[in-house]
Write a protein that binds this ligand. Structure first.
Ligand code: ISC
Length: 447
């Protein structure tokens, strides 16, 4: 694990949260506040948290990436001095984070042994909104002479205008579209050979923009057009995910499980929309895909919970680009499990990778992905979100996402994947993956 911070050991945080005037009733009110420095965001329906600056960063590696990050977060909180005048989820100290999908990236260690597979970032400034309550949090490192005075913090970062990426050219990523159909066909045949029941296979597309991609541009467009999704930005990974891996708040745990998809092709015709909804709700192939995902989430949560509610069947979630089969799982953390309940981050670690992004059984699916997918997923399909001082927080699965290249921010990798079962058809899966790329293609467009 790497801790990047001014040379102070151990670092001591001073955290102040205070209520501020209500922000405009606008879906982009929070993301509009972001300055031009690697923005942090977790926003849905205009509520959530945004952050900027870096008080602390913890970088972690490999299979221990979640546990090491959690340990570092606990350590830093021990000495923190917190003045929280609001007391809501997301107030006080928080860290944004994102984590790689896989424990190992084949061949990668040789190429870049320093590339972290997880990071928690404690921002210098957070602004949040929950309903009518808005707040700001400033986070300083004691003795950090480089830090601006607290009263200057919100303005101490450059507020240059948001820039649009201009013309964007798209090219094949690691595996071209045609070849990817063969990858899917291989997945189907392995399933038919009974090696496994389900595997999620993904592909990437590389976008090259005329100008460096400003994550704030993507955030604005996503939070407006995909407001029912969780729009996020952490360390150059930006997206609007419809899938909530876990939210943990005061002992109540929620997870929105998605699997089973139909691209939306019906335009504004409500009758056509009803036909698609009915087709998805009655598709045995999609129901099978969904069942594996819902079961994997329930099984991972079970050891931590005293009760759980799993609806009998999924509902159909309507998004602008696709419809999904969805199940909202709710559960209560077991109060007798010990003095410190599991944090949202450790629940995310236990849930990852669910069968919505990996497959069933997990180990067989993960090894088939490594064998045939032909792509480094990096942080795509890994957990992304935030954790607070009490461990509560929200973690989504980094879907409908793209990674802006650190080396050259004109380059962006867009990702999409599809659950494959015995009845999957490679042509239909390619069309589905295109529909799942649509949010990020839209985000890269012009206002
Ligand atoms: C893996 C992705 O979607 C997952 C979530 C919802 C529906 C899915 C599906 O129907 O295949 C996938 O399991 C993705 O968007 O890249």
């Amino acid at each position: 694990m790497t801790v990047t911070a001014p040379p102070l050991a151990p670092p001591r945080l001073v955290v102040r949260t205070s209520r501020i005037d209500e922000l405009p009733q606008d879906l982009t009110a929070l993301v509009d506040l972001l300055p031009d420095v690697r923005p942090l965001a977790w926003v849905r329906h205009g509520d959530g948290v945004v952050g900027w600056g870096e008080a602390l960063r913890f970088e972690t590696f490999g299979p221990g990436r979640f546990a090491d990050a959690e340990h570092a977060w606990h350590q830093v909180l021990v000495g923190a001095s917190v003045h929280d005048g609001v007391g809501l989820p997301g107030t006080g100290p928080i860290a944004f984070g994102s984590f790689a999908f896989d424990d190992v990236v084949p061949g990668d260690e040789a190429e870049d042994p320093t590339r972290a597979s997880g990071a928690l970032i404690v921002p210098r400034v957070v602004v949040g909104r929950r309903g009518a309550v808005c707040w700001t949090t400033t986070i300083e490192l004691v003795g950090d002479r480089a830090a601006p005075a607290p009263e200057l913090l919100p303005d101490a970062y450059p507020h240059t205008p948001v820039t649009a990426p201009g013309r964007v050219a798209y090219a094949d990523g690691s595996v071209g579209a045609e070849d990817w159909k063969a990858v899917v066909a291989e997945g189907v045949s392995r399933i038919k050979e009974r090696e496994l029941a389900k595997v999620v296979l993904a592909r990437d597309v590389v976008a090259t923009a005329e100008r460096p991609v400003d994550p704030r541009h993507l955030l604005r467009r996503l939070s407006r057009a995909y407001d029912a999704c969780w729009t996020f930005s952490v360390d150059g990974l930006v997206g609007a995910t419809p899938e909530l891996l876990v939210r943990s708040e005061k002992g109540l745990v929620t997870s929105r499980v998605l699997a089973g998809t139909i691209p939306r092709t019906e335009g504004p015709d409500p009758e056509a929309s009803d036909v698609l909804t009915a087709r998805l709700a009655g598709s045995s192939k999609d129901l099978e895909e969904h069942e594996y995902a819902a079961r994997s989430v329930a099984a991972a949560l079970e050891p931590f919970c005293s009760s759980m509610n799993i609806p009998d069947g999924p509902f159909v979630l309507h998004l602008p680009n696709v419809m999904h089969l969805a199940t909202d799982v709710t559960a209560v953390l077991d109060p007798s499990a010990g003095p410190r309940p599991p944090s949202s981050l450790s629940l995310a670690a236990a849930l990852h990778p669910s069968a919505a992004v990996c497959g069933t059984p997990t180990v067989a699916a993960r090894s088939l992905i490594r064998e045939i997918e032909g792509m480094d997923r990096a942080r795509y399909a890994g957990p992304v979100g935030w954790v607070g001082a009490d461990g509560d927080g929200e973690w989504g699965i980094a879907l409908r996402s793209a990674e802006i290249s650190e080396r050259d921010p004109r380059h962006v990798r867009l990702f999409a994947g599809c659950g494959i079962v015995a009845a999957s058809d490679p042509v239909a899966e390619l069309a589905e993956s295109e529909a799942k790329l649509e949010p990020m293609r839209f985000a890269l467009g012009e206002d």
